[in-house]
Design a protein around this ligand. Sequence first.
Ligand SMILES: C[S@@+](CC[C@H](N)C(=O)[O-])C[C@H]1O[C@@H](n2cnc3c(N)ncnc32)[C@H](O)[C@@H]1O
Length: 246
Amino acid sequence: MTATPLATMSDPTAPAPLEPAAQPESFAEWNEIMVARHDPELFHHHPRAVVRFVERRRVRQVVKLLDARPEHRVLEVGCGGGNVIAQVPARERHALDLSHRMARRARERLGTDSRVLLADAEALPYRDGTFDRVICSSVLSHVHLPRQVLKEAYRTLKPGGRLAVSVSYEATIERGIRLAKALGLGRLLLGKPQPKEDVYSSEYHLHRFDPKLLAEMAQDLPPARTVRKVPTFLYPVHLVAVYVKD
Ligand SMILES: C[S@@+](CC[C@H](N)C(=O)[O-])C[C@H]1O[C@@H](n2cnc3c(N)ncnc32)[C@H](O)[C@@H]1O
């Protein structure tokens, strides 16, 4: 498979394109290379205060809108290192990721009380109506079929269950980075250009989300109960939406 990013912003700090020898054969293999090049956990512990601030607000909104309780069975799809589900109260924590590297990290973080699977969010290995709460945090931009991921996540919810979804708002992120650079603040706010510490790279983003695309991808679900803009309504960098199962 040749991975062709759909996002087009040219970013001089982005890592060099993959060498022909590293061209992945499958989506899972490509994703494995991407998480090695763009560590999903970096945002949670980023050296730059502004990035940590936005990430904390995003995760706080996901946890708040999810409204999980200690008696709930909770699933996170595309869990990365398990940073988000680790902050959620639950009777049972289930998490899955397509990447070996990330599933291993999530297992280490969540411990043996949680069940972490290596699985594809586009075809969830659970029966309908299994979970009280499902999290899909910063995943949809990176998957092949976001609409299918949302449909699957919703399918596994119990009636009355809640699905919390967070996506990056690509256009405002790009505008913010351009403005910071134009004002000479790029380095101050975002750090020395380092491929591993790239604040934003289009290479791993297959879809450019905004409110319209999120609504389009969620067309198999009921309308979002709430959509929050993070960090502020005035300058949204992420959208956090919650859907409630009929
Ligand atoms: C940006 S990270 C988000 C991690 C975590 N949810 C968070 O908010 O910190 C995206 C994750 O989605 C995973 N992923 C991508 N495609 C996937 C798929 N089809 N099924 C399951 N996980 C997938 C990646 O391996 C990666 O760990």
